[in-house]
Structure formats: structure tokens, C-alpha cells
Design a protein around this ligand. Structure first.
Ligand code: HEM
Length: 404
């Protein structure tokens, strides 16, 4: 029997996928001493943990609450979660999103591309992927565009706090300071929008009402902080991974360039193959039995999304990146591949999934239009980094600018 992998080891951080395979095959339920949690790695078990209400997120990542200055959706359950979700989710659905926010998304993609349109080389992560989702959220909220950089700073500090596994006190302080500054910035704007609501997302949050419940000021500042963190890092890593995966498969890049209706399939396959969120914690309220045995009530269960998405019991050739995998056609690829668990499943399924998809479609279209040829500047594909969230930290590309 192979040794059980150590998910806190440098080897795992360098490439978790061989370790995931060992877990799926030999240790489908494994108590990991490093994180004092039960790792689950097969698709069937991870999907069950997301869907079955016995798995709560009551003690969800203890650091979420200080980072966002209050309780937020991922840690809520039952009626509290249902009401809060009903308050915010409509703003992220189809028509609302497309009619109100598509121009905002297009404008932000264009403005960022303008900063390197004539460059021979750029880092798509630093110059585009990390900035784009934050700028979009700030504009959707109807906040001051001149403050994009300040929001980026707050976002970076909050995300630093959330991934501060070593508990470095400076990183912790910077995160808490950012949370306070962000709330102080938002509070007067919230007063203005309550008095005179506009067409923006912040006004929607200020005025939304479900079963007589409204969000108070702190609910709103915490939710905005959650949006920056949950919508920023993930979309950043997904965009970077998508370009890296396509550049590493030039035939698939050429196919997507020629037929842009393949972009949603390329996005879905990227989320399956290299999901930005690799693991999510749950806590069973009662004893539960999974593939490899029994988990006691109250234990922590780590759902390995990156492993479920490569489960050979669920996918043919799981370690191959292929935009048109299996019987997926461009028209059905996004919903069919939503079978991947990169957005979670069930009650906590990602609120921003459609926004992320729309952002990626706009960004990929505009980048392919702006640059008729693109290649790795350093000759080889950059690797992914990160354990809980994972993606390329930089992506230097050589660019051939187009006419426009
Ligand atoms: C929830 C991934 C983009 C907002 C989630 C969850 C995952 C996820 C795995 C489930 C967490 C759980 O079950 O505990 C992603 C990925 C994205 C992305 C991979 C990009 C490719 C976004 C965007 C936004 C967003 C753009 C909004 C701006 C949220 C929120 C939740 C959530 C508010 C909490 C939902 C709840 O607990 O009910 N996301 N996300 N996400 N996501 Fe995303």
C-alpha cells in the first residue's frame, strides 16, 4: 500500500494530483493528522457532502468572520442562510446580470487590455486577472471608480488574512485593518443609497426585502467584503488557468479562437481540470457513512474538489484537459460540465457562477481579439501554486497586437 499523502507537505503543494489519486484509490476516507480532518476524495462522496443537509458549515473556517467583520453566507445554514441568499442572489441571475452589468464587465476588460495593448510581452495575472474581477465588483456596486486601487489593496489584505495558515501576526493585523477600513469607507455610502437608491448593486442590497427581513449596515459591509474575496481570487485563478491550459494545448486554443461559442466549454473544463478552490470544509451534524467508513458527528470533513473533479469513477480520461470532452457539445458544455464540483453543489452553490462565466467570456473574447497570436514568454507553461486555493501566480505571455 502506498503511504498516505501529507496535504501540508511541499510535494503536495507542488502537485496535489498524484496524491489525490492515491487517496481516491486507497484511502477514500482518511483522517489527516495535520489538519485534524477527514479527507474525502471521490466524486460521489464530495457531491454527497455538498448536497446532504447533515453536512453543516456551522463552524465554517473560523477566520471568515473576523476577515469580513461579520457572519456571511458560507457559514450560515437553515432559514438564516435561505433568507440571506434570497436577499442577494437575484442580483446575480441571468437577465438582471446581463442587462445591468454586461457593459460594466466589457468596459473593465477593455480598459485593462488598453494598458498593455501595444506591449510585446505582459504578465496576464498581474496586469489583468487579479485586477479585472475586483474592478467589476466595485463598478457593479456603483462605487467610485477612482478607488479601484484602494479596493485592490483591501482585497489583497483580506485574502492574505484568509490564507494565513502560519498565523503571521503582521498579515493578520493587515487583514483586520483592511476589514475595518473597508467598512468605514462603505458606511456613509450605504446611508446615501438608503436615502436615494440607484440602479447599482449596493442600492439593491440596501433595499432588498425577503419575508420582512432586510440587511443591516453590518450585513452589507460583510457581504461586500465576501464578494471581493470570493469573487476576486477565484475568478483571477480561473482566468489565468484557462489561458495557461489553452496555451499549453495550441490546437484547442486555435479551435476556441475560431469558434468563440467554445469559450464556456473551455471555462468549464478549466474548472474541472484545475479548480481554483481545491478544498472546502464541512461538519456532519450526525454520524455519517461514506465510501471508506464512518465519520463521527462534529468532526471536520475536508471535501477535496480537485480530487473529485479527476475521479476516474466519474470521468473518462480525467487527467486530460479537453475542451470538448466526451459527448459535450458547445451548446450544452457549460451546464453539463457543471457536473464538476468547482462551484460546489446544493444550497451553497456559488452565487457568482454566472457572473464568473460572463466575466470569463468577455475577457477571453477581448483578449483573443486584441492579440491574434499569443505564446508563453518563458517557453514553458507556469505551474500552479497554492493548496486551499490554487492557480498560476504569474503568466508571462508574448503578444502579437492586432489592428484595433
Ligand atoms: C460560494 C467557487 C466566483 C461569490 C462558492 C463555493 C465555491 C465557489 C466552491 C461554495 C462554497 C461552499 O460550499 O462552502 C467559485 C469559483 C469562482 C467563483 C471557482 C470563479 C471561477 C464567484 C464570484 C462571486 C462569488 C464572481 C461574486 C462576486 C460567492 C458567494 C458564495 C460562493 C457569495 C457563498 C454562497 C453560499 O454560501 O450560499 N464559490 N466562486 N463567487 N461564491 Fe463563488
Amino acid at each position: 500500500l502506498p503511504q498516505p499523502p501529507d496535504i501540508l507537505s511541499p510535494e503536495f503543494a507542488a502537485d496535489p494530483y498524484p496524491a489525490y489519486r492515491i487517496l481516491r484509490e486507497h484511502y477514500p476516507l482518511f483522517h489527516d493528522p495535520g489538519t485534524d480532518s477527514f479527507l474525502i476524495s471521490r466524486y460521489e462522496d464530495v457531491a454527497r457532502a455538498f448536497r446532504d443537509p447533515v453536512f453543516t458549515s456551522d463552524n465554517y473556517e473560523w477566520q471568515l468572520e473576523p476577515a469580513h467583520g461579520g457572519r456571511t453566507l458560507p457559514q450560515m445554514s437553515g432559514r438564516e442562510h435561505a433568507v440571506r441568499r434570497a436577499l442577494v442572489a437575484p442580483a446575480f441571475r441571468g437577465r438582471e446580470l446581463r442587462e445591468k452589468f454586461l457593459p460594466v464587465i466589457e468596459r473593465n476588460a477593455r480598459e485593462l487590455i488598453d494598458t498593455f495593448r501595444d506591449a510585446a510581452e505582459t504578465d496576464l495575472v498581474a496586469r489583468f486577472a487579479t485586477r479585472f474581477p475586483i474592478n467589476v465588483i466595485v463598478d457593479m456596486l456603483g462605487l467610485d471608480r477612482a478607488d479601484h486601487d484602494r479596493f485592490h489593496g483591501w482585497y489583497a489584505s483580506v485574502v492574505g488574512f484568509l490564507s494565513n495558515l502560519a498565523q503571521d501576526p503582521e498579515i493578520a493585523d493587515a487583514g483586520l485593518r483592511a476589514a475595518r477600513e473597508l467598512a468605514a469607507y462603505l458606511l456613509p455610502v450605504i446611508q446615501e443609497r438608503r436615502a436615494a437608491p440607484g440602479d447599482d448593486l449596493l442600492s439593491t442590497l440596501c433595499t432588498a426585502e425577503v419575508e420582512g427581513t432586510r440587511m443591516n449596515d453590518q450585513d452589507i459591509t460583510s457581504f461586500v467584503s465576501l464578494l471581493l474575496a470570493a469573487g476576486g481570487e477565484t475568478t483571477d485563478k480561473a482566468l489565468a488557468a484557462l489561458f495557461r491550459n489553452l496555451l499549453a494545448h495550441p490546437d484547442q486554443l486555435a479551435a476556441v479562437r475560431a469558434d468563440r461559442s467554445l469559450i464556456p466549454a473551455a471555462f468549464a473544463e478549466t474548472l474541472r481540470y484545475t479548480p481554483p478552490v481545491q478544498m472546502i470544509m464541512r461538519q456532519p451534524a450526525a454520524e455519517v457513512t461514506l465510501s471508506g467508513g464512518t465519520v463521527p458527528a462534529g468532526a471536520t470533513v475536508t471535501c477535496l474538489i480537485g480530487s473529485a473533479n479527476r475521479d476516474e469513477r466519474h470521468y473518462a480520461r480525467p487527467d486530460t484537459f479537453h475542451v470538448l470532452r466526451g459527448d459535450l457539445t458547445p451548446a450544452t458544455a457549460f451546464s453539463a460540465a457543471a457536473e464538476h464540483v468547482a462551484f460546489g453543489l446544493g444550497r451553497h452553490f456559488c452565487v457568482g457562477a454566472l457572473l464568473a462565466k460572463t466575466e470569463v467570456e468577455v475577457a477571453v473574447n477581448q483578449l483573443l481579439d486584441a492579440f491574434p497570436a499569443m505564446d508563453f514568454a518563458e517557453g514553458t507553461a507556469p505551474a500552479d501554486a497554492g493548496v486551499f486555493t490554487r492557480g498560476p501566480e504569474r503568466l508571462r505571455v508574448r503578444l502579437v497586437p492586432g489592428d484595433d
